[in-house]
Design a protein around this ligand. Sequence first.
Ligand SMILES: Nc1nc2c(ncn2[C@@H]2O[C@H](COP(=O)(O)OP(=O)(O)OP(=O)(O)O)[C@@H](O)[C@H]2O)c(=O)[nH]1
Ligand SMILES: [Mg+2]
Length: 304
Amino acid sequence: MTKKQDITPEDVTIIIPTLNEEEGIGKVIDAFKKLGYGNILVIDGNSKDRTREVAGEKGAKVIVQSGKGKGQAVAEAFSMVDTDVAVLIDGDGTYDPNDIEEMLEPIRRGVAEHVIGNRLVNFEDGAFTRLNLFGNKVLNWLFRFLYGVELYDILSGYRALTRDVYKNVNLLKHGFEVEAELTVETLANGFSIIEVPINYHRRHGDTKLSPLGDGLRIGRTIAELLVRYNPAKYLYFLGVFFLLLGFISGVYVVYEWLNHVSHDLLAIVTAILVLGGVQFLVIGFVMSYMFKVMVEIKRSMRQK
Ligand SMILES: Nc1nc2c(ncn2[C@@H]2O[C@H](COP(=O)(O)OP(=O)(O)OP(=O)(O)O)[C@@H](O)[C@H]2O)c(=O)[nH]1
Ligand SMILES: [Mg+2]
């Protein structure tokens, strides 16, 4: 592998999943070529417009994905390329190819293996609909709450990944959950991840995303994928919930007892809730520790 600081455009493949993006794809490819990035792979979802034609004319390698959905396209592209770095970007002109050097910088400096372009710092008016912006904020908040990792734009489509990352992530989701899954897989495998601010523009052509349907699916995916990152977290949440109930009923039982009223059954229930809650926390702690060790082992095995 090339030394990280020496990564040049030849060591990078630009991967662009497209579905009916004839209006935007040409400009995206032109911009990368102008910057010297000539390895461009367009993985198309059987577009009914001129997307493949335009991409081919502009000099990109064009293939039709073998399955359906953005996630499947990305997974297929990862299996086909073999450069030191893969950069993922949409074909709709919303992301700015000119941000590529900022995207690669953390990899060159060796501070991260997966870089996410954060759109939420500097976006053009109208780039997000109100619903999309709100949905993005909620989903990122949910992610931070569940995973305890400080990331603010986990659904961004502009990413740079080292070979280690893109060859090791296991992408099982086929649709727009792919960004969430990429993020979780990276963390679960012990790779480092960082966000850099990027520009974000209005899209050319029509969106393929259904904000409510896909938003809900992504939310469910974030909760479900926690099992790959740290399953002990479920036990923590359960433990806190039990303790909270135990605390409320405990306060009530003691308060009543001070007023000379005894609630025997509720006192027993309180004890069960508190002991159960503590047990969940302790088991969660042990499990979390085991999981961390496993991630460390995976990491050091990769480095050999
Ligand atoms: N190959 C492939 N690409 C897809 C598919 N669905 C969407 N894409 C592409 O994936 C990228 C992201 O899709 P968008 O519709 O822009 O979704 P988004 O960026 O979340 O939503 P917008 O805010 O509307 O841009 C675009 O380049 C799409 O053309 C698919 O099924 N297969
Ligand atoms: Mg888009």
